[in-house]
Design a protein around this ligand. Structure first.
Ligand code: AMP
Length: 288
């Protein structure tokens, strides 16, 4: 009997220079690079992005880096799950080619100045609730882009505002990177997958379903009700949901990323954030 080994040998780098040189060689031999940045604790949502990337690019690079500059809450940073061995096995299973997993010292040389103009994007919703978050996100993503130099970069709809922020940075800095928006992968009961979900207690895990439920309701009512009405009903649903502390429920023009009560924009998105127990959860759904 012949044993067929299907798992790919993943190449793992900790050094910026080493991964940069390795990918430069592949690029000069005509290979396209697809990049999937993550903070690890990989779930099916992350892995679906790797699979999507495999359809677009020749060489798939995943990064795992829990970026300190994007955390407003020190405890959240300290407690962030880091199951590195499991992550490596998962990446091998989906035939990811390269893992870049640097230490903090490899990405930062001490206190660094970074300030990029992001229009209104870092002043509203997540930007307002988490001051400095998108400055930290753009700071690390720019460093990762410079290191990997990808043709394609894959970001999840789960963090739609982050996608808008990265897209703004790419335009502003004239980066030659094609951004690809990847769909949200959900648990069977509708909860959007997230690395932080493991910290939900069994009760909170049930209560968290209010977020996906309110989005599904908004989508169902989209054809028949006006936007202010949908918003009002969503807010009162969330207020009466047990164990939930709502931060926002908004309906935005998905292209301009501004609040709207008109159904005319070509694409509309509902976005929700809430604290479930001590865990912050965000979710969204395209309505049109
Ligand atoms: P994170 O590791 O949480 O920083 O996420 C890394 C990337 O995975 C981001 O682009 C996220 O938007 C994306 N992502 C997170 N959760 C999901 C999900 N449930 N489905 C698809 N993509 C996701």
């Amino acid at each position: 009997m012949t044993l067929v080994k299907t798992d790919y040998i993943l190449k793992i780098f900790n050094s910026r220079q080493a991964v940069h040189n390795y990918l430069n060689e592949l690029r000069s031999s005509g290979k396209s690079i697809g990049f999937v940045p993550t903070m690890g604790a990989l779930h099916a949502g992350h892995l679906s992005m790797i699979q999507l990337a495999r359809q677009k690019a020749d060489v798939i690079v995943c990064s795992i880096f829990v970026n300190p500059t994007q955390f407003n809450d020190k405890k959240d940073l300290e407690n962030y799950p880091r199951p590195v061995e499991d992550d490596i096995r998962k990446l091998e299973k989906v035939n990811c080619h390269v893992l870049f997993i640097p230490d903090v010292d490899e990405m930062y040389t001490g206190a660094e100045q970074w300030n990029i103009e992001l229009g209104n994007l870092d002043k509203i919703l997540e930007g307002k609730i988490r001051p400095g978050h998108y400055q930290g996100v753009t700071q690390i993503v720019k460093k990762l882009f410079d290191t990997i130099n990808p043709q394609y970069a894959f970001f999840g709809q789960k963090d739609y505002q982050q996608f808008m922020v990265i897209s703004y940075m790419i335009k502003k800095l004239f980066l030659k990177i094609k951004l690809v928006l990847c769909p949200i992968i959900r648990e069977n009961d509708g909860l959007a997958m997230s690395s932080r979900n493991i910290y939900l207690s069994p009760d909170d895990r049930k209560n968290a379903l209010a977020l996906s439920k309110v989005l599904i309701k908004a989508k169902e009512h989209f054809q028949t009700k006006a936007i202010p009405q949908i918003k009002k009903e969503a807010e009162s649903f969330l207020k009466s949901a047990p164990g939930i502390e709502v931060e926002y429920f908004e309906i935005f023009n998905a292209n301009s990323f501004e609040a709207t009560s008109s159904k005319r924009p070509t694409s509309l998105i509902a976005l929700v954030a809430a604290k479930v127990g001590s865990i912050r959860i965000i979710d969204n759904m395209i309505l049109k």
